[in-house]
Design a protein around this ligand. Structure first.
Ligand code: SAH
Ligand code: SF4
Ligand code: F3S
Length: 458
């Protein structure tokens, strides 16, 4: 904070669930509330306003919101008794999907707002302080929130997120995102480049471009032409002081030749790609409405590795989609064996209200889902451990991001997104340095600094 900055008069606490887009959105909500005098609070107890930024993707995620709301009610009432106020807002995908249910089940909530209306937050806070009853805004407004949000104020640090695309038109059978985030929208080139430059000026050395279907991004350029993601990546690679670029999450259907080749041609593009496949069975992929077969996914993986031999792959899997047989599951296991993943997320299919799969017959029994998930996760874990083990002894570049848990240690991450710690001066935070990996811990790597020049300078 500069000397001239007005100290915050009120405290804001945001709890974030779900995907990285929600993490980005929480930052933007803080930005939009800063001019109203809101600064960060460490805990909900000390906050004048609490925002729950929620996720609706699986039933468990959505349920957590209601249990949190129960605890916040007690806090809010205790504050009221002490003559203090707490504004309570529910944002994100549960707000979008279950706005009415939230106000019915938790009438102590002041504001319910969907992901497309964050720019209206100041207005809603003002109305909430005047009127009784909850303010609800779950529109998909014609005006774009991105055009009405302020420039991101807070520096995100060495690793920054930049949302370039939102929403989804793909309607996978199981997924709520097209309903909670609305139709696909791509931000224009100029706005993205301006935000990227601001992030770099604020210290970002790695930018992750975000979107529910990030590789379907197609943005308008200043000359009226339309760019695709590949073109945007080449433009970002021109920025000075941005040694690392990532993008997530991609859909196999939109992985075109140019994008695959870009992985071999742009050194800043990190050799790690998260590419959800969900299942290895063509029958299940068709039932999921994924629009591609297992073979296409395998071909993409091979081509990515041809373009960039050290490419590490990550994916998402769902076990127990309606109609999934033992044979289908075996096809998923086979695909995993064939690809070898550095990282993966796997879930039991969760019935989501309003999605096509939820109403289908042949739902898979819970114990069958459990067994399949266990089997899949054991294999994925083994692959992840194997990948990390193979890194021991290797040299690589690390971006140092924050102090480690122990004095003298600094945390960072490798090009393959592994967390890593090394004995290094704190002054290396925000820079990249070469290290040799020495030990694999269960969830991170240990390394020693190679470039003694860096140490001498520090
Ligand atoms: N846009 C991305 C993923 C968005 S959701 C894509 O197209 O792949 C993140 C992950 O949550 C999905 O990849 C999927 O594996 C999981 N998921 C989504 N809906 C689910 C459901 N109903 N049950 C279980 N997992 C689900
Ligand atoms: Fe959901 Fe499918 Fe869209 Fe991904 S592509 S957000 S899984 S509907
Ligand atoms: Fe969850 Fe919404 Fe993201 S449902 S995964 S927070 S888009």
């Amino acid at each position: 904070m500069t000397d001239t900055a007005v100290p915050p008069r009120k405290r804001l606490f945001i709890r974030t669930w779900g995907c990285q887009m929600n993490v980005y959105d929480s930052g933007r909500m803080a930005d939009v509330l800063a001019p109203l005098g809101y600064g960060p609070a460490e805990t909900p107890e000390e906050a004048d306003m609490v925002i729950l930024n929620t996720c609706h993707i699986r039933e468990k995620a959505a349920e957590k919101v209601f249990s949190d709301l129960g605890r916040l009610r007690v806090m809010k009432e205790a504050k009221a008794e002490a003559g203090q106020k707490m504004v309570l807002a529910v944002a994100g995908c549960v707000a979008q999907a279950e706005g009415k249910e939230i106000t019915a089940r938790a009438p102590w909530v002041d504001i319910v707002l969907g992901p497309q209306t964050y720019h209206r937050l100041p207005e809603m806070v003002a109305r909430a302080s005047r009127a009784a009853g909850a303010q609800i805004d779950t529109d998909f407004p014609v005006e774009q929130k991105f055009d009405h949000l302020p420039e991101p104020a807070a520096s995100q640090g060495p690793v920054a997120f930049l949302t370039i695309q939102e929403g989804c038109d793909k309607f996978c059978s199981f997924c709520v995102v097209p309903y909670t985030r609305g139709a696909e929208f791509s931000r224009p080139v100029a706005a993205i480049l301006a935000e990227a430059k601001a992030l770099v000026a604020g210290g970002a050395r790695e930018i992750a471009l975000l979107g529910q279907n990030v590789n379907a991004w197609h943005g308008e350029a200043p000359d009226g032409s339309t760019w695709n993601l590949t073109r945007l990546l080449y433009a970002l690679a021109e920025l000075a002081d941005l040694p690392r670029i990532r993008y997530t999450t991609s859909h196999p259907r939109d992985m075109d030749e140019g994008l695959i080749r870009a992985h071999g041609a742009i050194p800043q593009l990190m050799p790690f790609l998260h590419l959800p496949v969900q299942s290895g069975s063509d029958r299940v992929l068709a039932a999921m409405n994924r629009g591609h077969k297992a073979d296409l996914f395998l071909r993409i993986c091979d081509e990515l590795r041809e373009a960039r031999p050290d490419m590490a792959l990550s994916s998402d899997f769902i076990v127990g989609h309606p109609g999934e047989t033992a044979e289908d599951h075996a096809a998923t296991m086979k695909l995993v064996e064939r690809v070898g993943f550095a990282l993966a997320y796997s879930f039991k299919y969760s019935q989501r209200p309003g999605t096509p799969a939820a109403g289908q017959p042949f739902q898979v029994a819970e114990d069958v889902k459990d067994a399949r998930l266990q089997e899949l996760q054991a294999l994925l874990r083994q692959q992840q451990d194997g990948f990390n083990e193979d890194c021991v002894g290797r040299e690589c570049e690390v971006l140092f991001t924050n102090p480690g848990r122990h004095p003298g240690q600094v945390m960072g991450r490798t090009p393959w997104l592994q967390p890593l710690h090394a004995e290094a001066p704190l002054s290396l935070i925000g820079t990249t340095a070469r290290v040799r990996v020495t030990v694999r811990h269960p969830n991170s790597l240990r390394a020693t600094l190679l470039d003694q020049k860096e140490l001498a300078l520090a």
